[in-house]
Design a protein around this ligand. Structure first.
Ligand SMILES: NC(=O)c1ccc[n+]([C@@H]2O[C@H](COP(=O)([O-])OP(=O)(O)OC[C@H]3O[C@@H](n4cnc5c(N)ncnc54)[C@H](OP(=O)(O)O)[C@@H]3O)[C@@H](O)[C@H]2O)c1
Length: 199
């Protein structure tokens, strides 16, 4: 049975990824800060502890990480650091440990977001981090061995999130459709790439 770690597995997109992988027959280790086993991507000790007993993993998918909305001129140091410390460094630190647990031909998929390429006003912190993740996976793919692969998925606003934010959700895909892009990424051969769901 193939083994997958899903980080952020209780979230809007993570839940759908967990469901898709489980339906495909993966043994899923679902984690987040409040789950058992617990994992906080912003805390290196927590990452070390989580991965200490993990080996022969076929897939690690991270669908967790925060960044700040807000007009650039008003962003505080703390708000800018949210994106850097959580969504960017959190996922990079996951990769450092996940690679040691990853089987040959295994895959890591990180999560960015559509603002990497189609920003809205007040998304500088998010756009910066999402674009950085794309550069990171492109470069890291060149160093991976034995068929190991890495991708970043850039989800659009999903229907559930748009509805929760009171936005027009008519053009937004449901989380399950976005989750299918993660699974296709695992099944495919591509590496070092950004995966868009709305293209
Ligand atoms: N939803 C969208 O429309 C959308 C669009 C583009 C990009 N994205 C990106 O996709 C990712 C997931 O979004 P979402 O809407 O599914 O989020 P969500 O519903 O808020 O869920 C976040 C998930 O991540 C976990 N989590 C949060 N911080 C964590 C941390 N420091 N360490 C480990 N787990 C953590 C949460 O569980 P705990 O609270 O238990 O930790 C939860 O399982 C985010 O990076 C977001 O920027 C989302």
């Amino acid at each position: 049975m193939k083994k997958a770690v899903v980080i952020g597995a209780t979230g809007t997109i993570g839940k759908a990824v967990n469901q898709q992988l489980t339906e495909k027959g993966y043994d899923v280790i679902a984690t987040s800060r409040k789950s058992n086993p617990t994992l906080d991507i912003e805390n290196k000790e927590s990452i070390d502890k989580f991965f200490a007993d993990k080996k022969d993993v076929d897939a690690v998918i991270c669908v967790a990480g925060d960044a700040s909305f807000g007009a650039f001129s008003n962003l505080t140091d703390e708000q800018i650091n949210v994106g850097i410390n959580s969504k960017l460094m959190g996922q990079i630190n996951i990769c450092r440990k996940a690679l040691k647990a990853l089987k040959p031909n295994g895959g890591i998929i990180l999560t960015g977001g559509i603002f990497a390429h189609k920003p809205w006003p007040e998304t500088t912190n998010i756009a910066m981090v999402n674009a950085a993740l794309e550069g990171f996976v492109k470069a890291l793919a060149l160093e991976l061995t034995e068929g190991r692969r890495i991708l970043v998925v850039h989800p659009p606003f999903v229907k559930e999130t748009a509805q929760a934010m009171g936005m027009d959700s008519s053009n937004c895909p449901p989380a399950i459709e976005v989750a299918r892009a993660y699974v296709r990424g695992l099944d495919g051969k591509e590496t070092g790439k950004a995966v868009y769901v709305d293209e």
